[in-house]
Ligand binder design. Sequence first.
Ligand code: HQG
Length: 186
Amino acid sequence: MTALTPEQVRLSKRMSLVLRHRPEAAGLALDANGWVPVAELLTALKISRADLDAVVAGNDKARFAVAADPGGVERIRASQGHSRRVNVDLELPVVEPPATLFHGTPRANLGSIMKDGLRPRSRDHVHLSPDVPTALTVGRRRSPDVVVLEVAAGAMARAGYSFHRSDNGVWLTSAVPPGLLHERLE
Ligand code: HQG
């Protein structure tokens, strides 16, 4: 993986917008599982196949997956992060989570999260990280003052919550109740 140029980062963000949140803004429709033909995306975004390949290959989080459909047509989708309103089913299998998962969030959210638990907000799922450094990186997108929450994922699974892991290693679940998370104190 090579680092993306600033122009490629901008393209990656456009691709995330279209493939996760607003396909219609580019005149595209995702299928039920979130896929769109690569050729359609190239036309809609007015980019070359080389542009697209560079962003898919160089992306630090493997945000996009490219795969051929049974008829051999190449398709692309975002691996996670979709808005609920686009109504995509990634058909990820239910998997047993580790005992603990992590979530990084601005400290300002802590009071509300301790009261209500973690909610998916505008997304399909609550996103959880497999380790503390990843959780810190996620939280710092929003604020320099980040708390890391420890989520009792194993206990949640035993209580009937389903967990999925996206193709790029993000753990997804519907919500985390307030009693099954706590602030991680270093
Ligand atoms: C917070 C990135 C107050 C939650 C990342 C978060 C991730 C609450 C924000 C992916 C709350 C939602 C997702 C409550 C949740 N009270 N605040 N009850 N419940 N929140 O962006 O997890 O770079 O939808 O803590 O790496 O930050 O886009 O979720 O701060 O995988 O590929 O509400 O986005 O991936 O924010 O990030 P988000 P997130 P990409």
